[in-house]
Design a protein around this ligand. Structure first.
Ligand code: KG4
Ligand code: ZN
Length: 366
């Protein structure tokens, strides 16, 4: 299909990363990331054991214009070379989303450029089209500190939620596990490191919800099981050895892997039925960086003849290139927002199947 060239600035500030990026869609249909700037806030929140919404919002407000300026500089463009400004309008921590929406509105008002509000989750779900030019439909597994859901993606604004967590996101469970074992934050990489020298079979952790049909998941019980197992070892021996810690991490990680594999198998069975072409499973989110989980999902896909796609890590975790891209997709469908665009703490992608969740450590979940 022929396209006009579209160059869009994306802005992201829904959780604890302030980000700006410029993405261009060329007439041949190929997308190019001209720049992608991410300013994280890990140190800012380190002492609090989770993201503090007020601190996050203030940091976004302070850093957004600098991130935008840097993104434009790195792309060697000024605002006049853009076709639109795309911004995350939700879901997320409301103060941060508001900071981004206000910044985008200011830029749009000053430059006369069209404004496009983007759902953060759509940004994740459409990323494989930015990175690999993937055709619709595909199955997306979003697994991060704030999200955990299976989405059937049929179009830029056509998502069906097949299932998701009914409580915590897996990243939250990794982070909590790390805290319970005295490991550094973010917990995922630390738990993975320890698990490498552990025996995953020593502790029998539950595989929650496998006995129930469908692809909903639950991870909060796993955290509690870990706490009990830790306390039992401490009571018995008076403390934890390095090997105890490694075994606990390995057991926990294996439980998350097994649940994700089995639920993915079910989601693929529901997804793959009606379409003839080779189905694709794409993953996104920080937890998709976990080598054991990734290997498990890859093996499952190979066994089922399903294509497995994992965008590069910098595009799996929160970034603004995915927002610019989702903005391009919406813009091409004629979507335009104006100064009435509002910031939404909750914004399920699939309005027919809203998530059951409340607000978690890493922000509002959908
Ligand atoms: O996508 P992300 O950067 O941010 C959002 O939550 O939106 O994901 C961060 C989460 C954290 O909870 C972190 O512990 C987890 O992803 N994570 C991992 C790994 N790397 C990051 N979890 C398991 N294994 C990893 N290697
Ligand atoms: Zn995200």
């Amino acid at each position: 299909m022929k396209h006009e060239t579209l160059t869009v600035l994306g802005i992201e500030s829904s959780c604890d990363d302030t980000a700006a990026a410029v993405v261009r869609l060329a007439p041949d249909g190929r997308a190019q990331i001209l720049s992608s700037v991410v300013a994280g806030q890990t140190e800012l929140h380190a002492a609090f054991g989770g993201v503090v919404p007020e601190l996050a919002a203030r940091a976004h407000a302070e850093k957004l214009d600098l991130c935008v300026e840097t993104a434009l500089q790195q792309a060697e463009l000024d605002l006049r070379a853009l076709d639109a400004i795309a911004v995350t309008a939700g879901p997320g921590l409301i103060g941060g989303v508001l900071s981004g929406v206000m910044c985008a509105k200011g830029l749009a008002a000053g430059s006369g450029l069209p404004l496009v509000g983007v759902n953060h989750l759509a940004g994740h779900a459409l990323t494989p089209r930015l990175t690999d030019g993937l055709e619709f439909p595909h199955l997306m597994l979003l697994v991060s500190g704030g999200h955990c859901q299976f989405l059937r993606v049929d179009g830029p604004q056509d998502f069906t939620r097949l299932g998701g967590t009914i409580d915590d996101a897996p990243g939250e469970a990794f982070d909590k596990t790390a805290r319970l074992l005295g490991l550094d934050q973010p917990g995922g990489p630390a738990v993975q490191r320890e698990a490498a020298s552990g025996d995953e079979k020593r502790f029998a952790f539950p595989r929650p919800l496998l006995d129930r049909p469908g692809c909903d998941m639950s991870f909060s019980g796993l955290k509690t099981a870990l706490l009990r197992a830790r306390d039992a070892v401490v009571t018995e021996k008076g403390g934890l050895t390095r090997q105890d810690r490694a075994d606990l991490c390995a057991g926990f990680q294996a439980a998350v892997r097994d649940v994700l594999m089995e639920k993915t198998r079910r989601a693929l069975a529901g997804f793959a039925g009606p379409i003839a072409a080779q189905p694709t499973l794409a993953v996104a989110g920080g937890v998709a960086a976990n080598t054991a989980i990734r290997a498990g999902l890859e093996t499952l896909c190979t066994d089922l003849g399903v294509r497995f796609l994992a965008p590069p890590l910098a595009l799996c975790t929160d970034n603004a290139a995915m927002i610019a891209w989702a903005g391009i997709e919406r813009f091409r469908m004629g979507a335009r927002d104006d100064m009435t665009l509002s910031a939404r703490p909750r914004w399920p992608l699939d309005e027919r199947s809203p998530a059951l969740l409340g607000s978690g450590k890493k922000g509002a979940k959908a």
